[in-house]
Structure formats: structure tokens, C-alpha cells
Design a protein. Structure first.
Length: 500
């Protein structure tokens, strides 16, 4: 926003209703729907060899068809295909494919990518995306039923995960503008700058059309759906399938779409009424809850136009003097303003009451990269300290000094303290598992190997007092380490006490 635009916005404040009033526009919700839906299919472990062979043979057949499609000459990849049928449904087998999959088929309703089942992979073997028009015309429930019939014909037993879902609400009666960028706050604070204003197809200046907030795993888009249809006429299907059928649509007013995007990486961190939002049935049964959750994470506040300008410039005009606004002042403006009537009205999905969704605390899995980065930091700091010189004897002295400080402060060596932090990680993960059913991949192996390594540590500590203290700290953290000595009678009593 340049100075001329700011001046222009200030001029609009001559309208006192815009300057001092709140947002009380009469808003009409003309549509709420699942706009995008993507699935991953995983083969069930109970599949027998014949079922696996049947599926793989079908994929081999499709791969042969793909080879034929690759021989088709055309400037457009969309025209390079051969026809086939799956469960009497017509598809195009495309010459192209998508990453990590062997063959791609599509029609006007859906796109499906396949790869063969192998013993070496736990990854999905089918990737499916419904087309928006298909979802708009029939609704996601009917679309899923039809797709399952197709998949069942080649893969009889599978697990479905929702890889991505978009929930959309179309409204009339409120036209978003550049000021709304500062009316909306998001709790994760990942705000994306608005898109550049595009020239109106009617040739009368610029037209604000879209803005987005957040990141790919969880984000909000708000855009002028009417303007999109003017630019892309094939997107007009929503007029006939959704807007006109309910009798609420006014063709003389623009339609704005409010759309939330969820990907599996974010979904599987959420806990709803049916547990973790990981399985596809749990996700689909939680759609009204997801919508309400998203509206509580991205919030549209009832802030006046002048306040928005002040927030954007981080200044305010007081008695002819421009005064910088402090962060705390801006924060209080949001708190005093409250949530806009618009947001209160759209926060319910298709009139369904919602139940609370919570985000569980993420336990970060130890990664090699963390160690690499820490080592880089150690070497960099040490070399700077020595004016560019690396001396291994001095580094050994630093490590020895640090170890002595740790012993004097906590009674443990650096290595023992580090192992206790590993115990803390295990305990945090166990709590998450018992509370929410959430477990990090490879956790059981990590815990088993940690137990063994802690026992080895105990056997190397010669000082009995130091050994007892370390053992006590491990027990206090609730791990399964119990035998301080392999042939100690106390260890058997402790086993019985812990029920082991």
C-alpha cells in the first residue's frame, strides 16, 4: 500500500459510518460445502497373497496402457491418454503421472494415482482427488460411496486417510477490502501478504480480489468468487449446483468465498469428540467442529477503517501530531474491538452445532539434523573464541570444565544429564499416548534401546552413591529401568513393587 493509497483510504473516512461505526452488514450465507477432498489408500495388513496379486496385476495392466498413451503425439499432456474402464466407470490413462506413483487415471469427476503393493513400504498405494465440481454437484458423501465401489473392485481391504480437505462458505452482503487484512488475526501469526491488485476486466481501476493467511498445512483464503468466475468461466458450475438452488442468491451482488485448507500434517495433531483426527471417518464426522475450530484460529475483528489504517502504518494522528503505535496498544485495540458480527454469523457450518477440538502438544522426535546443527554451533563458537584457530587440546579442556560444572551443579556428568533428558522425552511421549493415543513412529524401539543403554550406564558408574542418585532420578521419571544391579535382592523387591 503506497502513500497515495493511504491518503485515499483516509479520504474515505469523511463517511462517518465507515470511520466510527462497527461492521453490521446484513450478510447472507448462500453456500457451505466441502470444496476439495483428497484421500490416501493404504493396503490392509490382512490382505492375502491372491488379493495382492490381483491388485498388482491390475496396476500392471494400467501401466501397459500408460505406455500406449506415451506414444500419443500432442502438444498438450492432457491430450495424451488412452481410454479404459474400472468397475464400468470410464477413465483416461494418462501419459504423465505424479511423484512416487506409477500410473495416473482421471475423468471429469476424479483423479487417481496408483502404484503396486510391496513388502518394503508402508506408504499409500492409491492417491485420489475429487474434482470440485463433482463434490459441488453430488456432495462429498455420495462421491465417497461411488469412489469406494471403484476401489473395492481392485483392492478389497484398505485404510483411508484424509490427506487434504477444504471447507468453504460463500457469502453476500459484505465485500472484503485491503483493510480486512488487518482486521484478521491468526493465532499462529503466519500472515501472508495480500495479492497484488489486478486490473478490473471492466477497465475501471484496480480490484481487490484475494488474500490468504497461514501456511499450507492449515490456512485461510478469502477471495471474490464472482470475479474468479468472470476470469475462469468454467468455475461457474457453483452457480447452478449451489447458489441458485437455495433461493438466497442475489445475482446483482458479488459473492465472496471464505475457505479453510487442512492437510493431514495438521489434522493428525487435533483431537475431537471421536479422538485423534487421523482416520477418514473421524475427520468427516468432525467437519462442523473443524469449521468452528478454524474460525477460532483465524479471527475477523470489528475494527474501524481508521483503526486499520493506524495498525497498517503503526502510527496514529493525535492533535495534528503523528504518534507511533506500540505493539501493546495495537493488541488492546483488537481486544476492545471484539469479534465481528460477520465472523459470529459464519462460524457455524450448515447450522450444525459444533464440539470442541483441541490441538495436542507435539513431542518433537529426535533427529540427526538437530545434532548436526548443534555440532556446527559448537565448532563455530569455539573457533571464534580462539580467533580462527582450532585447538583440540583446548576443546578438551572446555569439555572437561563443562563436565565439572555439571557435576558440581547437578551431581551428574554431562552424559548422564543428557541421558536423563532422553528419559524425559520418553515420559512425555508415554503421557501423550495414554491421554490421546498419539505415538511417534519408532517410539517403542527408542524406548527399548534407551532402557538397555541406561542399564549399561549404571554398570559403568563405580561410585555407589553416584549410581544410587542416578538410578533414583531415572525412577522418578517413571521409566521401566529397575535393576540397578543384576543380582541385587532390592531389585527383585522393586520389580514386585512396580508390578514388573
Amino acid at each position: 500500500m503506497n502513500n497515495n493509497e493511504i491518503a485515499s483510504l483516509n479520504n474515505t473516512n469523511i463517511d462517518k459510518a465507515l470511520y466510527g461505526g462497527t461492521i453490521n452488514n446484513e450478510v447472507t450465507i448462500i453456500n457451505q460445502m466441502v470444496d476439495t477432498l483428497k484421500f490416501h489408500f493404504y493396503p490392509n495388513n490382512d490382505l492375502n497373497p491372491n488379493e495382492i496379486e490381483h491388485y498388482n496385476n491390475k496396476i500392471d495392466t494400467l501401466i501397459e496402457s500408460k505406455k500406449e498413451a506415451m506414444l500419443v503425439s500432442s502438444d498438450s499432456n492432457d491430450d495424451r491418454y488412452v481410454k479404459t474402464k474400472i468397475k464400468n466407470v470410464s477413465f483416461h490413462v494418462m501419459a504423465r503421472t505424479v511423484k512416487s506413483f506409477s500410473v495416473l487415471v482421471q475423468n471429469q469427476d476424479m483423479t487417481i494415482a496408483f502404484k503396486k503393493i510391496t513388502d518394503k513400504s508402508n506408504n499409500p498405494v492409491i492417491k485420489l482427488e475429487f474434482r470440485s465440481e463433482y463434490l459441488s454437484r453430488y456432495g462429498y458423501i455420495q462421491c465417497i460411496k461411488e469412489v469406494q465401489q471403484i476401489i473395492n473392485s481392485i483392492l478389497p481391504d484398505y485404510l483411508i486417510k484424509v490427506s487434504e480437505i477444504h471447507l468453504a462458505t460463500d457469502i453476500q452482503g459484505y465485500n472484503f477490502n485491503k483493510l480486512d487484512v488487518d482486521r484478521i488475526t491468526c493465532r499462529n501469526r503466519q500472515k501472508t501478504t495480500i495479492s497484488n491488485p489486478e486490473t478490473s476486466i471492466f477497465g475501471n481501476g484496480t480490484r481487490f480480489s484475494t488474500m490468504s493467511f497461514g501456511k499450507g498445512d492449515f490456512m485461510l483464503r478469502i477471495y471474490d468468487k464472482t470475479y474468479q468466475i468472470q476470469k475462469v468461466p468454467k468455475a461457474s458450475y457453483v452457480k447452478h449446483t449451489r447458489w441458485e438452488v437455495n433461493g438466497l442468491y442475489n445475482p446483482n451482488l458479488p459473492v465472496w468465498r471464505i475457505e479453510y485448507q487442512f492437510r493431514r500434517k495438521h489434522l493428525k495433531t487435533l483431537i475431537g469428540k471421536d479422538g485423534l483426527l487421523d482416520g477418514f471417518e473421524v475427520v468427516l464426522n468432525s467437519i462442523p467442529d473443524l469449521w468452528a475450530y478454524a474460525c477460532s484460529r483465524f479471527v475477523h475483528f470489528d475494527i474501524t477503517a481508521q483503526q486499520c489504517i493506524d495498525i497498517y502504518t503503526q502510527t496514529t494522528l493525535y492533535k495534528g501530531v503523528v504518534i507511533p503505535l506500540q505493539k501493546e496498544t495495537i493488541k488492546k485495540r483488537y481486544q476492545r474491538a471484539g469479534i465481528s458480527q460477520l465472523w459470529l454469523q459464519i462460524s457455524t457450518y450448515n447450522d450444525y452445532s459444533s464440539q470442541n477440538i483441541e490441538k495436542h502438544k507435539e513431542i518433537k522426535k529426535p533427529e540427526v539434523q538437530y545434532v548436526v546443527n548443534a555440532f556446527k554451533g559448537l565448532v563455530s563458537t569455539f573457533v571464534k573464541l580462539n580467533r580462527g584457530n582450532f585447538n583440540k587440546e583446548e576443546l578438551a579442556t572446555v569439555i572437561t570444565t563443562a563436565n565439572e560444572e555439571e557435576l558440581n551443579k547437578k551431581g551428574f556428568s554431562i552424559l548422564q544429564s543428557a541421558k536423563l533428558k532422553a528419559v524425559d522425552y520418553v515420559q512425555d511421549m508415554r503421557k501423550q499416548y495414554f491421554q490421546n493415543g498419539v505415538i511417534v513412529d519408532g517410539f517403542k524401539d527408542y524406548q527399548r534401546e534407551l532402557n538397555k543403554n541406561l542399564k549399561d550406564t549404571l554398570s559403568l558408574i563405580e561410585d555407589k552413591k553416584e549410581k544410587d542418585k542416578f538410578f533414583e532420578e531415572v525412577l522418578n521419571r517413571g521409566t521401566l529401568i529397575y535393576n540397578i544391579y543384576d543380582e541385587n535382592e532390592d531389585s527383585q523387591d522393586l520389580k514386585e513393587y512396580l508390578g514388573l
